[in-house]
Design a protein around this ligand. Structure first.
Ligand code: HEM
Length: 120
């Protein structure tokens, strides 16, 4: 999976995911968009895992672990938001959590040594 360990691939997948999430959230019937978003989750996770495995060479296992968790939680909270909305239940808490974990993932991603690291 070494060829997938590229931060530009990873960034592309989560930017697409973020856009699809907000499009789905704004739609009355987001069935198809939600389906495409779920496929994109897989791409985010696969590229993230490839980076994670490569990242184990940098001796910052703890921060990589937290980055992994934050990334997964962004996806989990996106999914919860859309499912709650679909069921007509309140979803504001989950939407706020999407932002919280998104900024944690963003911060850790830009801090860790691969790719862009202006926060290091
Ligand atoms: C929507 C969710 C996610 C967002 C917003 C996000 C954001 C980012 C950002 C901004 C970077 C830095 C790219 C760069 O330095 O050029 C990054 C890198 C990385 N991400 Fe994610 N990510 C997400 C999901 C995931 C997931 C699910 C995983 C694990 C399965 C993961 C693992 C990693 C790893 C290991 C790196 C490399 C860190 C480094 O050394 O720079 N990410 N991510």
């Amino acid at each position: 999976m070494d060829f997938l360990a590229r931060t530009d691939f990873h960034i592309t997948t989560w930017v697409v995911g973020l856009i699809l999430f907000f499009v789905a959230l704004a739609m009355a019937n987001p069935k198809v968009v939600h389906m495409i978003l779920r496929l994109d989750y897989l791409f985010i996770i696969v590229t993230g895992m490839a980076l994670f495995m490569k990242g184990m060479d940098y001796g910052e296992g703890m921060l990589y672990g937290m980055k992994f968790l934050a990334g997964i939680l962004v996806i989990g909270m996106m999914e919860m938001t859309l499912v709650k909305k679909k069921k007509g239940k309140p979803y504001t808490t989950f939407l706020v959590l999407v932002f919280v974990f998104f900024f944690i993932a963003l911060f850790l991603g830009f801090k860790l040594p691969m790719g862009i690291n202006f926060l290091a």
